[in-house]
Design a protein around this ligand. Structure first.
Ligand code: FDP
Length: 350
């Protein structure tokens, strides 16, 4: 029988002692704690609003706060980080006595937490950066493009708990064996399949999308009879971790594009602890990651909690979407009549 590979045997001694492997171990310890608490959250009354708001003005769930505390505690206690940024904390947490440590962690402790009340998959997203030389430790340390990440990953709390990450050499997926308390390598060298026909987008925002996104989605929806000549399927969990995990397992496209719903907020997802780590994972798995107009990993954050449009997934599809944006911006696309929004359609624009 083949030997089971676990997270404990994944990194070499050096990587584990004081390298990025040590940070992943610390995150994994936090993920186990979050997973255990989530499993009991409903019976312990830990599901529901916490009464406060996060830095984006969105209602915080009790589990957002708890997950933040559990992960922060595990990662700080590990002793390998100089600072942590979290969606649940307006300012970076500087680790007392550890300013000389080389690593910084950015995280969304519980992404998709609005799904908790219906017991749908949620996740933790994380990104590891190096403290740049010559920059005083603080918010400015984190303002680096995603291409500089030394590790990116997510934990998925679903029917089973998974930890998926990359340190820049392929993407590895581990599943938590709750009986043994160990992460077991179940998805080695994850690759995004090229040829799938599936897309994920919150279609209720359709009337607010830009023209290139409407063109792409309309062409998918038109199926065999349309310009793509193929039927597409749509899936939308509404938890980014679950939607991106599906891409890594069976391909497709995930979009949270720029829209005009709220002019003060043209994008929904966060760059540092959402889009950047997912982009690194997707690229490492052979896929593409774009804002629609630029490579996501090249975007330089101007502030900690910045938002960015996101298009991720099978490389050919992401390139097609980028070309639709370029066509529209260059005035080169043909006048576009939407099959979904024409006069006789239920989704007709007013
Ligand atoms: P949530 O607000 O529940 O944390 O990152 C935020 C996120 O979830 C993503 O996980 C998800 O893809 C998206 O928001 C869903 O937002 P909408 O329901 O507003 O489309």
């Amino acid at each position: 029988m083949a030997q089971t590979k676990t997270l404990a045997s994944h990194f070499t001694g050096g990587e584990r002692r004081d390298g990025v492997g040590a940070v992943v171990d610390d995150v994994a310890a936090g993920v186990k704690a979050v997973s255990a608490v989530l499993a009991r959250a409903a019976v312990c009354g830990a599901v529901g609003g916490a009464g406060g708001e996060n830095v984006h003005g969105e209602p915080q769930q009790k589990m957002d706060v708890l997950a933040n505390d559990l992960l922060l505690d595990a990662c700080v206690r590990g002793g390998h980080l100089a600072a942590v940024v979290s969606e649940e904390m307006p300012e970076p947490h500087l680790v007392f006595g550890r300013h000389a440590n080389p690593y910084l962690l950015a995280m969304d402790p519980l992404d998709g937490s609005s799904n908790l009340c219906v017991n749908v998959t949620v996740g933790t997203i994380f990104s590891v950066l190096r403290q740049p030389e010559g920059v005083p430790l603080g918010a400015g340390s984190f303002l680096q493009p995603g291409a500089r990440q030394v590790c990116a990953g997510y934990a998925l709390y679903g029917p089973c708990t998974m930890l998926v990450f990359t340190t820049g050499r392929e993407v590895s997926g581990f599943t938590l064996d709750p009986a043994a308390g160990e992460f077991v390598l179940t998805h080695p060298a994850m690759r995004i399949p090229e040829g799938t026909r599936e897309f994920a987008i919150n279609a209720s925002n359709a009337r607010h999308w830009e023209r290139p996104v409407r063109r792409y989605v309309d062409e998918c929806v038109a199926g065999c009879a349309g310009p793509r000549g193929a039927d597409f399927n749509m899936r939308w969990v509404g938890s980014m971790v679950a939607d991106v995990h599906r891409l890594l397992v069976r391909g497709g496209t995930f979009m949270y594009p720029r829209d005009t719903k709220d002019p003060a907020r043209p994008a929904k997802l966060r760059l540092l602890y959402g889009a950047s780590p997912m982009a690194m994972l997707v690229e490492q798995a052979g896929g593409g990651a774009s804002t629609g107009r630029a490579r996501l990993l090249d975007v330089v954050p101007r502030e900690l909690h910045e938002r960015v449009p996101v298009v991720l997934g099978s490389r050919q599809e992401v390139e097609r979407l980028a070309s639709y944006h370029a066509d529209a911006d260059g005035g080169l696309d043909r006048p576009y009549t939407s099959p979904l929004f024409n006069v006789r359609s239920l989704l007709r624009e007013s």
